[in-house]
Design a protein around this ligand. Structure first.
Ligand code: ADP
Length: 262
């Protein structure tokens, strides 16, 4: 049938796309491996000059590979985004039980809601998983306990506010803040946290995908993410989402249930 044909054409396109990406990615890895091989041989034979050049080459190749996966993540996010007006206070509040169970006894959970918060525009399911990602990071940063704060507020960004982040448009935003009093990050780590697969956690404990997914989600929602962090003091992550177009009605729990049941 026509549908089956369309489906197989789609699959073919996906196959070509992933094949192309795998090819590019492989080329970048070949660059990294090649540079490392040269360095190893040079070091083995005591030739330490010019090592910088090969380190830079490896680093550039690796960064290109990271950028590629970054784009790929953003792309895969875009496929499934279903942005609708959402009551973010309600959504965050409904996570309370789950969060207190996840956090255990040593972490104190505090909420601060802006009661006059307008509706945000986002995919509620993905927003939920973004918040969970941030909360789990905050928990991991406080192995000896501490305080986790979830806050909502509204901000209006003008032209002057967005100089540092030109991709963010001026306008009204709902901001969800996840703050912790944990180990914090060095400026070095902070520059890398949005890279896919970047993690400082032991093998098997971190995928390095949490924050890059949060970032991809925010960008695809026309929002953004800001992180401030200080070693030994803690970290604050701010997730900006655009205020919903007020002409649309919010999604109620019933509608949600009906949709997932259908
Ligand atoms: P993962 O949690 O799997 O490592 P993420 O992308 O979520 O992947 O985070 C990447 C890295 O950013 C973490 O390994 C950690 O070093 C740092 N990080 C993220 N959130 C926090 C936080 N709240 N406090 C301190 N470091 C953090």
């Amino acid at each position: 049938t026509e549908e089956a044909l369309r489906q197989s054409q789609k699959m073919e396109a996906v196959g070509q796309l992933t094949g192309g990406i795998a090819h590019d990615f492989n080329n970048m890895l070949t660059g990294v491996i090649g540079a490392i091989d040269v360095m190893k041989r040079r070091i083995a034979s005591g030739r330490f000059t010019d090592l910088d050049r090969f380190m830079d080459a490896a680093s550039v190749s690796a960064q290109r590979a990271a950028a590629l996966t970054h784009r790929l993540l953003a792309f895969s996010r875009r496929q499934s985004l279903d942005s609708r007006p959402v009551d973010i206070n309600l959504l965050v509040g409904s996570l309370q039980d789950l969060l207190s169970r996840t956090l255990g006894e040593t972490i104190q959970l505090d909420f601060a809601f802006d009661e006059s918060l307008p509706l945000g525009a986002a995919d509620a399911n993905q927003l939920e998983s973004a918040i969970l990602n941030l909360v789990i990071n905050a928990r991991d940063a406080m192995p000896n306990g501490g305080q986790l704060t979830l806050r909502t507020r509204q901000v209006v960004l003008g032209e002057v506010d967005i100089v540092a982040t030109p991709e963010v448009k001026p306008g009204r935003y709902v901001v969800i803040t996840v703050g912790d009093t944990g180990v914090g990050m060095t400026p070095e780590v902070l520059t890398k946290v949005f890279e896919p697969f970047f993690t400082t956690k032991p093998v098997g404990q971190g995928t390095g995908l949490g924050l890059s997914m949060v970032y991809g989600f925010a960008r695809q929602s026309n929002g953004h993410v800001e992180i401030t962090s200080k070693p030994a003091e803690g970290t604050t992550v701010e997730l900006y989402l655009p205020v919903a177009d007020s002409s649309e009605a919010p999604v109620s729990d019933e509608q949600d249930a009906a949709r997932s049941g259908a």
